[in-house]
Design a protein around this ligand. Structure first.
Ligand code: GUN
Length: 299
């Protein structure tokens, strides 16, 4: 069998067209554009590319973006002052602090300073808590991108065994929470999964992955998921983006796994473009929430 390739780029374009129409309505109504502040600390090449892609996508849908470039030597208190200034600025609706941060910075403390209503990454403990309770304010971008790929490909999760490999705060953990919930903003069919969350200390990893109807790889190790680890007919979602001498590769051995899976996302051009798109969705949502909070917009 040759798997159906789930094209994240096409899907992202389609979603961005829909978001652009909603941004345009928002601007007509409020006379202001939703605005994202992107904070980049240091010179990590990959982070610079991600931030540039995010800003390009903002422009495409009519969201304004502002870039705050801080030197590699920035201290925790300098970053905190920058975040506090962005919290106070009513023109800024979303604050994105690109990770990873340099080692001298206390990253959790800095991220906790972001006003939860401007936390478009959904990293703040308030927003993580709301997600855990099944009433999210913002959906974390990459997990939301995974849900969008599935729903727009007609693949539901209810009753399915989903195996997630990787327990990061950004992907594995929040995705497990979303998929095991009773309902989702996309309906109960896109929740209610039986979720197994595997990680670096999981024993007999292949026994778990082979039992997956939907397998999500979010490990950060190039081509770690081999064909022998995948059940024939499984849906395989590759969240990995690894820079190697061969270029960008995912966490899945694409060529081999595509021979046995029913559906598979490529890298690049799979989940990556959707992560960026979901950030746009969250920035528009943040702009609406802040106007509601100020009594300038009804729900
Ligand atoms: N670094 C890798 N992924 C992400 C993300 O989703 N958001 C931020 N802010 N930094 C990241």
């Amino acid at each position: 069998m040759t798997a159906q390739r789930l094209n994240g780029r096409d899907l992202a374009n389609q979603l961005q067209t829909e978001i652009a129409a909603r941004v345009s309505q928002f601007i007509d109504h409020t006379r202001t554009a939703p605005t994202l502040a992107a904070v980049l600390v240091g010179e990590d090449a990959a982070s610079a590319v991600y931030v540039r892609n995010k800003r390009t996508a903002c422009k495409r849908v009519g969201i304004e973006s502002r870039l705050f470039l801080l030197p590699k030597s920035t201290s925790s208190s300098e970053l905190e002052r920058q975040i506090e200034q962005l919290n106070r600025d009513d023109e800024v609706n979303g604050i994105l602090v690109q990770l990873p941060l340099p080692p001298q910075i206390d990253a959790p403390k800095s991220l906790e300073l972001i006003n939860p209503l401007k936390d478009v990454d959904a990293f703040h403990p308030h927003n993580v808590g709301l997600l855990a309770l099944g009433r999210p304010r913002f959906l974390p971008c990459t997990p939301h991108g995974v849900l969008q790929v599935l729903v727009r490909s007609g693949l539901s999760t209810a009753g399915k065994h989903v195996v997630i490999v990787g327990r990061s705060d950004i992907v594995g953990k929040p995705l497990a929470m979303l998929l095991s919930a009773k309902d989702s903003h996309l309906g109960p069919e896109m929740a209610n999964a039986t979720v197994t969350l595997c990680h670096s200390r999981t024993k007999s990893l292949a026994d778990h992955t082979r039992s997956a109807e939907i397998l999500v790889a979010a490990i950060g190790r190039p081509q770690a998921i081999t064909a022998a680890m995948v059940q024939p007919g499984a849906v395989v979602i590759d969240v990995g983006i690894n820079r190697t001498e061969q270029g960008l590769v995912g966490d899945v051995d694409f060529d081999a796994v595509a021979q046995i899976a029913s559906h598979i996302t490529p890298v690049p051009g799979g989940i990556g473009p959707l992560t960026v798109t979901m950030l746009l969705e969250n920035t528009l949502h943040a702009a609406r929430l802040q106007r509601i909070e100020r009594g300038l917009l009804s729900e």
